[in-house]
Design a protein around this ligand. Structure first.
Ligand SMILES: *Cc1c(COP(=O)(O)O)cnc(C)c1O
Length: 462
């Protein structure tokens, strides 16, 4: 499961790279092979203390192994260990970053833009909101940031760091930003940026970007799209339901976009990406560096990013992955996204059919991307929450790894039954992120284990 041909391929590629430096006088760094082997053995044992993220029966959080070509090229690049801060630290990998980011911008139809990789989605979002704050300071926009209550939790923290006011906008029973609530907030004035989440972390909800853009016409604000998780779904509009498809269709009208290659882009951690539609935003990054930017007159990526050192290897791995699996609609990469999406739709269908009577699905409708959530049928939210915990454990005992999430109880109440007194109480639900293409073929095995585990818990419950 964990062993493949990657080490052999890597050994051959490393020899090719070494040939390229053969004019240098020979030099063999001292390596304590025995010591390394001993430590490797210990590390292998220590790493067993993990959920098996690489396996299709791991269907919990947003976690999976990077693509073998990403692993191999990341390791190959580490023999050089380039730093994409400046061309001085990484010439080839800087060019590869620029090329890879151009391909990502292409997903959104952007030919002119400013963009680069970051060490995470959080850092990428921070840069986007930092630019919003800079524009506000220059008197060019309001200073307030608003995002849905289902937006990633870091937006509030980032706004705190940047000393920008942050307001949460209510979400509807599908986890999408409520346009009524947004407009109420816009009328108060001072909103500089609306964060639209396309693929929320909890349930993969897609904010109605088309309607947000219509409000932009009237109120004037920047639109930042947080597609850290869901950005790549722009490649498979035909697999999405109408509201999500409409939102993705107008992504090119955003002012800035964040997408995480280390979430759905098959990359090791340490790879986020921020894009600005207006390349003039580069003005805010202007700074001098007394140590770097000497060896080339070309743009150094450190001149357009907040971070200094960044892994050149991350850019190399992303570039290589996109060579093997181009970001094209209808291609193999898009096909992988579509498989996970089909697995989610099918799991949701079985949960809704609910032959066992154990489950309750979201009242408003099924998954918008590849994340499925459901609660256990019970008399009270407390009971349902307790049972979700037990099913989570019983599934794990069957090697099926799911996740838990707290959601408003109201989302499970049929329309018009909102006065049942649940207020805004939360209920713990089961959550499954079906982000591996293999999940589709494994769905029957996932389902069997889920039913078996739930039957055991419900049986104990009497
Ligand atoms: C994961 C995620 C983030 C944060 O990205 P990191 O790479 O974990 O820092 C932000 N927004 C959304 C919607 C996410 O899913």
């Amino acid at each position: 499961m964990l062993q493949d041909q990657v080490p052999d391929l890597l050994r051959r590629a490393t020899a090719l790279l070494e040939d390229e430096f053969s004019s240098l006088p020979a030099f063999s760094p001292a390596v304590d092979t025995e010591g390394i082997e001993r430590v490797l053995g210990t590390v292998a044992k220590r790493l067993a203390d993990n959920y098996p993220y690489f396996h299709p029966l791991y269907a919990g959080q947003m976690l999976k192994s990077p693509h073998p070509v990403a692993r191999a090229t990341y390791a190959l690049a580490m023999t050089i260990n380039p730093n994409n801060h400046a061309r001085d630290g990484g010439r080839a990998s800087s060019v590869m970053e620029i090329e890879a980011v151009r391909e990502i911008a292409g997903i959104f139809g952007w030919n002119e833009y400013l963009g680069h990789l970051t060490s995470s989605g959080t850092l990428a979002n921070l840069e986007a909101l930092w630019v919003s704050g800079q524009l506000a300071d220059a008197g060019k926009s309001g200073k307030r940031i608003v995002g849905s209550e289902q937006a990633h939790y870091t937006h509030r923290r980032i706004s705190g760091v940047l000393k920008l006011d942050y307001t949460e906008i209510a979400a509807d029973n599908r986890g999408r930003m409520s346009m009524e609530a947004l407009e109420t907030e816009l009328r108060k004035g001072g909103v500089g940026t609306v964060v639209a989440t396309l693929g929320s972390t909890a349930i993969g909800a897609v904010d109605p970007l088309d309607q947000i853009l219509a409000l932009k016409e009237r109120y004037g604000f920047r639109v930042h799209v947080d597609g850290a998780y869901g950005g790549y779904f722009r490649l498979i509009p035909e697999a999405l339901d109408e509201p999500a498809r409409r939102a993705y269709a107008c992504m090119s009208q955003a002012d800035s976009i964040v997408i995480d290659p280390h979430k759905h882009g098959l990359q090791p951690y340490g790879c986020g990406c921020v894009l600005f539609h207006d390349h003039c935003m580069g003005q805010f990054y202007k700074h001098e560096s007394p140590y770097t930017y000497f060896t080339s007159k070309e743009l150094h990526l450190g001149e357009i990013s907040l971070e200094c050192s960044r892994a050149g290897a991350a850019a190399v791995a992303l570039w290589a992955t996109q060579r093997l699996l181009p970001l094209a609609p209808g291609g193999e990469f898009a096909g992988g996204l579509a498989s996970g999406r089909r697995a989610a739709v099918e799991l949701d269908r079985r949960l809704r059919r609910n032959e066992s009577g154990y489950f309750q699905a979201l009242a408003g409708g099924g998954p918008e991307l590849d994340i499925v959530v459901w609660k256990l049928a019970a008399k009270t939210a407390e009971e349902a929450s307790e049972m979700a915990q037990k099913v989570f454990v019983a599934c794990a005992a069957r090697d099926l790894h799911l996740a838990l999430v707290q959601l408003p109880q109201l989302w499970f109440e049929p329309e018009g039954c909102a006065e049942t007194g649940v207020g805004d109480s939360l209920v713990t639900c089961l959550r499954s992120v079906l982000m591996k293409p293999e999940h589709e073929a494994w769905l029957d095995r996932i389902w069997e284990r889920l039913i078996d585990a739930t039957a055991e818990v419900m049986g104990e419950q009497g």
